[in-house]
Design a binder for this molecule. Structure first.
Ligand code: HEM
Length: 278
């Protein structure tokens, strides 16, 4: 059997998840028509190319820009509809939120809707796919988790550290600055590789060792500081529910000995499919 990792996205218990059902739920949460789910998934995958790869695969740029333009037009239209006929969902919450009389502009509502949809889909898929692969490659640790499901929250943190779904992020330096002995000029790009930091031997004892009960596991898989992942709590719950359900329902799960198809995306590390037997 092949777990198509496209089936592993989103909120809910793995066994109950189908691509259609899952994107239907994402659409529902946003407050857009569920019949648009396939289109939303396709845009989300194209946009992820930019999040993870833009600087590395310039050939993909036209496709990414087209997806972005189409998504902008789509969300602009939905925002107009929601203003005329409000219905529950994240977009409506963003439209009506206010603080001290200040509200988000239409562009800000659209940008936040897109980043939440893409950020929420493309990363959790990788957490579940990479995490399951890691468990299958470490049978003793997997057994330890089966024997002590109370370890699930700590296991999810270790799987986030060990095979980080989002490997790097980038910033433009706002001013000339010296960092780690390097001179960085204003507007130069700096790439922070969370995947490397999460295996830093100065921070984590035996960093290449998978230890589902690791303590003081303050990894950077969700970033840091002002832009720390907005969906971290939701992603953690999704991971916990999914791994608990898989271990409970599939006692004989094993990896098929075939080559693993990885996404060609440096930033968003994940599988296209995870071939297993059970
Ligand atoms: C395992 C799952 C996830 C991982 C590994 C992950 C990772 C990250 C990382 C590393 C950042 C910081 C990026 C930076 O500083 O440049 C981030 C930001 C963000 N994430 Fe996640 N994320 C996950 C799930 C989610 C979910 C489920 C949602 C939404 C429901 C979400 C929405 C966002 C948003 C909106 C931001 C931008 C926050 C800001 O700029 O203030 N993420 N995520």
């Amino acid at each position: 059997m092949i777990f198509d990792t496209r089936l592993l996205t989103g909120v809910g218990v793995l066994a109950a998840v189908t691509e259609a059902g899952n994107f239907a739920r994402a659409a529902e949460m946003l407050g857009v028509p569920t019949r648009d789910r396939h289109q939303l998934k396709a845009w989300s995958a194209d946009f992820a190319e930019m999040l993870g790869n833009f600087q590395h695969n310039p050939d993909h740029t036209p496709k990414v820009l087209r997806a972005l333009e189409e998504m902008l037009a789509y969300f602009r239209e939905r925002v107009r509809e929601l203003r005329a006929h409000p219905r529950e969902g994240l977009i409506n919450s963003l439209l009506t939120a206010q603080m001290n009389g200040d509200r988000l502009t239409e562009e800000e509502v659209i940008a936040n809707s897109i980043i939440t949809m893409v950020g929420g889909q493309e990363t959790t898929t990788n957490l579940i796919g990479n995490g399951l692969l890691t468990l299958l490659r470490h049978p003793a640790e997997m057994q330890r988790l089966r024997d002590g499901p109370a370890l699930i929250p700590s296991a999810v943190e270790e799987l986030l550290r060990y095979e980080s779904p989002s490997q790097h992020t980038a910033r433009m330096a706002p001013t000339d600055i010296e960092l780690g002995g390097q001179r960085i000029r204003r507007r130069e790009a700096v790439i922070a590789v969370m995947g490397a930091a999460n295996r830093d031997p100065d921070r984590f004892p035996d960093p290449d060792q998978l230890d589902l009960a690791r303590t003081d596991n303050r990894h950077l898989a969700f970033g840091w500081a002002a832009h720390f992942c907005f969906g971290a709590a939701l992603a953690r719950i999704e991971g916990q529910i999914s791994f608990a359900a898989i271990l409970r329902r599939m006692p004989n799960l094993a990896l098929q000995q075939v080559p693993l198809p990885w996404r060609t995306n440096l930033g968003l590390r994940g599988l296209i499919a995870l071939p297993v037997r059970y």
